[in-house]
Design a binder for this molecule. Structure first.
Ligand SMILES: Cc1ncc(COP(=O)(O)O)c(C=O)c1O
Length: 360
């Protein structure tokens, strides 16, 4: 079987060129006689790989010098706990609840201090990003926490909340590197790699130095202290070496293909094909409010669960996979991250039209 269109929410498709480069370098990386997987993380060659990955990421996003870049493990989920452990130094933080992932972050944060949920989309099934007009942040909050792109519902912030001097911390797991990022707006950005950037097992954290200068209220186990990772260039312990190498190849692919501004253009074009069709369709029902549609996760459903199941069954003949919605929302979801080619989206819409025609 050749490569298929994989609409998974993550782990997700990676650029074919990147996979081919990795395959070509698998047995013998640049004449070293070994795979990157087999290399000591303390070797000169590996140091070159991680340094280049960081330099390329800095160039790609335009990360200011007063931010550290960390390649960590533990997924976004470990960050849910590490953020309050490291940065809740006065003992309270404001959280904006936009779905399952922020709820998990809130639950963990409550173990370490006072959590104030200042806005929530829960009443409307997280179909909308909360209206922030009139929302006041606690001036004594250690930080404000948000999740940019809500993978499960397919909602995305279009304008970030204004938090003044309070650092804003953003879970960008499912939209990282899908468009330009204004890092200065944030105290910290983080993302699990397995959607837009690389294999599962790498979490990228971009953290402003003044946050790293904070002294946690309680002593932290070594791995859970961001400062140790920052002081040791992500090499306090063995980092996820192979995953970081693949992320580095993806950064090079993005740089060689027009950078993040171009990526946004392509992602907008791809998403528009799907949303335009959804808006015209008499059968498919989009899940999320128009005001906050994600470019990465497009959520919709048919009028019934049985028909959703039939749609998924029929998708098999075109070799489309992972179109099932998250178990908490049901319905259907097409995740169209950076590596999903435009032809994949066009092919999906052609199938949706065929399905609609057959159900008139
Ligand atoms: C927005 C968001 N945050 C956090 C997570 C949890 O990530 P992980 O499984 O890497 O811990 C996910 C996973 O899909 C996600 O989409």
């Amino acid at each position: 079987m050749g490569r298929i269109y994989n609409f998974s929410a993550g782990p997700a498709m990676l650029p074919e060129e990147v996979l081919k480069t990795a395959a070509g370098e698998m047995l013998d990386y640049h004449g070293c006689g070994m795979s990157v997987m087999e290399m000591s993380h303390r070797s000169k060659v590996y140091q070159g790989i991680i340094d280049e990955a960081e330099a390329d990421l800095r160039k790609l996003i335009g990360i200011p010098d007063n931010y550290k870049v960390l390649f960590m493990q533990g997924g976004a989920t470990l960050a849910f706990a590490m953020i309050p452990m490291n940065f809740m130094v006065k003992g309270k933080a404001d959280y904006i609840n936009t779905g399952v992932w922020t709820k998990k972050a809130i639950k963990d944060a409550k173990l370490y201090g006072e959590v104030n949920v200042v806005a929530s989309g829960e009443e409307n099934g997280f179909k909308k990003i909360p209206d922030m007009k009139g929302v006041k942040f606690d001036k004594d909050a250690d930080y404000v926490y948000m999740c940019d792109n809500n993978t499960i519902y397919g909602s995305k912030w279009k304008e970030y909340p204004e938090t003044g001097d309070i650092p804003l911390i953003n879970d960008m797991s499912s939209c990282f590197l899908s468009e330009p990022i204004d890092v200065k707006k944030f105290g910290m950005i983080y993302a699990g790699a397995q959607k837009n950037v690389g294999p599962a097992g790498v979490t990228i954290c971009i953290i402003r130095e003044d946050l790293l200068a904070r002294t946690p209220r309680n002593p932290l186990p070594a791995y859970l202290d961001y400062r140790l990772h920052a002081e040791n260039g992500s090499m306090y312990n063995t980092p996820p070496t192979y995953g970081i190498y693949i992320c580095g190849l993806v950064f090079k692919w993005l740089l060689a293909n027009g950078g993040l501004a171009k990526r946004k253009e392509i992602n907008e074009e791809k998403a528009k094909i799907l949303y335009d069709y959804l808006d015209k369709s008499k059968l498919f029902i989009p899940y999320v409010d128009k005001s906050c549609r994600s470019l990465m996760n497009v959520t919709f459903r048919t009028p019934s669960e049985e028909m959703d199941a039939e749609f998924l069954e029929g998708a098999k003949k075109y070799k489309f996979t992972n179109l099932k919605g998250h178990r908490s929302t049901g319905g259907l979801r097409a995740s169209i991250y950076n590596a999903m080619p435009i032809d994949g989206v066009k092919a999906l819409v052609a199938y949706m039209k065929e399905f609609e025609e057959a159900h008139k």
